[in-house]
Design a binder for this molecule. Structure first.
Ligand SMILES: [Fe+2]
Length: 230
């Protein structure tokens, strides 16, 4: 993360969400939860991956939705590596982007509003919150313009298409999926129609050809196939 990044997690601040006091050393914060278990907070991002996973469990009940978030994290980490960006920053955005997906399922115009509120309360850094807010343009009037924002929108969208591609194989395994299969499926509008092709193609707006994007995202998901149960 660049030095200009502002973190909401400041020295001596109480974290209302956990109702516990943060004890700080130089650049590491510790929260004590109600069970008196110590949790380290990453000061750069305002949240650890462990805490992010707890939030997922707290706000999402559908296991497939949680797997979608984990797949999005893997894809974002892969894309960040490709672009020389902050791998942990991009990964956390992927992991947390759909926290309110179930709560707002009936109204896409509300999707991300609750997530933003939850993450602000947590003290998550502004860069992650911004990317998450921008991944759903239906919830506001702004348009994506940053590489991070396009990557999250395109990356989280293609996870559904890659999962659907794996599920049509007899063994339903990501290991069976060839890169060319994903590239082919992108062109079949009726296949996994919920995966918006226009959003997937935003990868090209940030200089990543669709074929290369497919290959990177497939390999990212294949690397965590066991976690995804695919
Ligand atoms: Fe998503």
């Amino acid at each position: 993360m660049g030095t200009s990044q502002v973190s909401y997690c400041k020295k001596g601040v109480d974290r209302k969400t956990l109702n516990d006091r943060i004890l700080l050393s130089s650049d590491v914060a510790f929260c004590y939860d109600s069970g008196n278990n110590r949790e380290t907070i990453d000061m750069d991002y305002g949240i650890t991956r462990e805490r992010a996973l707890k939030l997922l469990q707290q706000h999402l009940t559908n296991n497939n939705m949680i797997k979608h978030c984990i797949a999005s994290e893997a894809v974002m980490r892969k894309l960040a590596g490709h672009f020389g960006e902050d791998v942990d920053l991009w990964g956390l955005a992927g992991l947390l982007h759909d926290l309110d997906a179930e709560a707002t399922a009936d109204d896409l115009t509300q999707h991300t509003h609750q997530t933003v509120a939850i993450l602000e309360e947590e003290g998550v850094c502004a860069e992650i919150i911004d990317a998450i807010r921008m991944h759903n343009e239906a919830a506001h009037t702004e348009k994506r313009a940053q590489r991070f924002h396009h990557a999250l929108a395109a990356g989280e969208t293609i996870t559904g298409l890659i999962t659907a591609t794996a599920l049509v194989y007899p063994d339903k395994k990501l290991a069976s999926v060839k890169p060319k299969s994903v590239r082919k499926r992108i062109k079949e509008k009726a296949f996994a129609a919920g995966a918006n092709r226009d959003i997937i193609r935003e990868c090209e707006w940030i200089g990543l050809p669709i074929a290369d994007f497919c290959d990177l995202c497939l390999s990212a998901m294949q690397e965590i196939a066991d976690d995804l149960g695919l």
